[in-house]
Ligand binder design. Structure first.
Ligand SMILES: *[C@@H]1O[C@H](CO)[C@@H](O)[C@H](O)[C@H]1NC(C)=O
Ligand SMILES: *[C@@H]1O[C@H](CO)[C@@H](O)[C@H](O)[C@H]1NC(C)=O
Ligand SMILES: *[C@@H]1O[C@H](CO)[C@@H](O)[C@H](O)[C@H]1NC(C)=O
Ligand SMILES: *[C@@H]1O[C@H](CO)[C@@H](O)[C@H](O)[C@H]1NC(C)=O
Ligand SMILES: *[C@@H]1O[C@H](CO)[C@@H](O)[C@H](O)[C@H]1NC(C)=O
Ligand SMILES: *[C@@H]1O[C@H](CO)[C@@H](O)[C@H](O)[C@H]1NC(C)=O
Ligand SMILES: *[C@@H]1O[C@H](CO)[C@@H](O)[C@H](O)[C@H]1NC(C)=O
Ligand SMILES: *[C@@H]1O[C@H](CO)[C@@H](O)[C@H](O)[C@H]1NC(C)=O
Length: 400
């Protein structure tokens, strides 16, 4: 198979430093629309025209595009998408407030996350998949109990948790719900502790979340995260630069026959994996209720044990997705079993859908250090189980 790849990129209509939202306003409505969807769509339209002129024919072969411009792509691969901006920003601030201020008894530093909480997560949950290999394969089955780490009188505080810290961990590992159990966003999952101390629950108040509410939502440049309360959620929902449409019939239906592959690392420190599960489940439920189609025929989600946001982490995390190879972590091979881009091409062109993928962990997340181990990536909602045999090769595991 010869695959010609053309790429387009866009600044989404503004220039800014990472982590700043001041460009959005107050009241810079055109810039917000460019960022939300217009810039990407226009880039795709322009890019297709360039490909057509360059190759003399149209090319034969992200979520907002699928929902709003279903004709733009035949196949789309998305990794842990930030598709529900309004709730993502709420969640980020909620997560950060769980440990703020950093001089309080609830604050948890990176060292305690990594050296105290992570080992206890492994002690309680590592063997659930049948193998104690230092990898939490599926945190859905890990009912982590941080109270096992409660400080005893006189115990060194760097080896245990205060009651306030235990309560914070319990909130951090719970979905964000308000009022009458209204679901706002997912949670952190047990297993990613090596990154949580530098992620959303670190000592610094979360600046992009603050800018989001200052410049997009409330138009109040003096607002700070200490002013946060759940009354801002419906105000943010009203702004709606988000991609949560459940009806994908124009993309997946017989008229277009589009394919969507999504992946998410269980140890994502930036966007709760629960967001990917929630979107998949919402499309699944809608599709079952309103169509005769099987979600498996157009949308598949793969979960990646121990992977951080889109790459990195301590599990097998290289399978050809964006950011991986550029970070020194190419897939083991370019075939559809190991490379998600080839899996997509095979699905779109030959109708062969991936049932699972095989990812590799390069030692130290660096290809020059050699293969550490390989593992299957299971199609959600399946889970990984150790069958027996060599613990470093994917064929000793199965998806059930
Ligand atoms: C803030 O400004 C934006 C853009 O002009 C507008 O959509 C939004 O409704 C405003 N928010 C409030 C709380 O007035
Ligand atoms: C935490 O720091 C703030 C600001 O520096 C200070 O006002 C507050 O008294 C401190 N709280 C504690 C418990 O030390
Ligand atoms: C495999 O087992 C060996 C021996 O018990 C152990 O040292 C190694 O860490 C294990 N590797 C993985 C990836 O499970
Ligand atoms: C981390 O916090 C603990 C208390 O929870 C403290 O004993 C320890 O000294 C801190 N470590 C660092 C590196 O700041
Ligand atoms: C909640 O936040 C909004 C927006 O900052 C503010 O107007 C309101 O007074 C706050 N409500 C409470 C109960 O603090
Ligand atoms: C789903 O979307 C399609 C295309 O926009 C529309 O024709 C159809 O009526 C929608 N279905 C429902 C049940 O809303
Ligand atoms: C990978 O390891 C090699 C050799 O140790 C080193 O030169 C290179 O910078 C590393 N690559 C990355 C992306 O860290
Ligand atoms: C992956 O899918 C293929 C094809 O359905 C199947 O033969 C294989 O057993 C699956 N691997 C795992 C680990 O489940």
């Amino acid at each position: 198979m010869l695959l010609a790849v053309a790429g387009v990129s866009t600044d989404t209509g503004h220039t800014s430093t990472q982590g700043s939202g001041t460009w959005a306003g107050p009241h810079n409505d055109n810039a917000i629309v460019d960022w939300a969807w217009r810039a990407l769509h226009m880039s795709v339209v322009t890019g297709k025209e360039v490909v057509k002129q360059y190759y003399g024919q149209a090319q034969d072969t992200s979520l907002k595009e699928v929902q709003t411009f279903p004709e733009d792509f035949d196949g789309v691969i998305v990794g842990s998408p930030a598709n529900w901006q309004t709730h993502l920003q709420d969640w980020s601030i909620h997560m950060n407030l769980n440990v703020q201020p950093s001089n309080s008894t609830r604050f948890i530093n990176a060292s305690v996350w990594e050296n105290v909480i992570h080992p206890e997560v492994l002690r309680q949950c590592d063997a659930i998949d049948g193998l104690a290999d230092g990898i939490i394969s599926d945190p859905r089955f890990c009912d982590f109990r941080p109270e096992m780490l409660t400080c005893r009188p006189g115990q060194d505080a760097s080896t245990c948790l205060t009651l306030d810290q235990i309560a914070a961990v319990q909130r951090i590992y719970s979905d964000y719900v308000v009022g009458d159990q209204q679901w706002i966003f997912g949670s952190y999952y047990p297993g990613g502790e090596e990154k949580y101390g530098s992620g959303l629950v670190s000592s610094k108040p979360f600046s992009i979340g603050e800018d989001w509410f200052r410049y997009f939502v409330l138009n109040d440049t003096k607002w700070t995260i200490e002013d946060y309360n759940s009354s801002v959620i419906p105000i943010a929902d009203h702004i709606k630069p988000m991609a949560i449409e459940k009806n994908l019939t124009s993309f997946m239906g017989p008229g277009h026959n589009g394919k969507l592959l999504q992946y998410v690392g269980w140890a994502d420190q930036l966007i709760s994996p629960g967001n990917s599960l929630h979107y998949y489940e919402s499309v699944h439920a809608w599709t079952n209720a309103n169509t005769n189609m099987d979600i498996d025929d157009f949308y598949r989600l793969f979960t990646v044990p121990g992977m951080n946001h889109c790459d990195g982490g301590y599990g097998a995390n290289a399978f050809g997705a964006v950011q991986q190879a550029s970070g020194g972590m190419p897939p083991l091979s370019l075939d559809p079993e190991h490379n998600i881009l080839a899996a997509m091409v095979q699905w779109v062109e030959n109708g062969v859908a991936p049932a699972n993928l095989t990812a590799v962990y390069w030692n130290n997340n660096n290809v020059t250090d050699g293969i550490g181990f390989t593992r299957p990536l299971c199609q959600y909602p399946k889970t990984l189980r150790y069958k027996g045999g060599n613990n470093v090769t994917a064929d000793s595991f199965t998806c059930v």
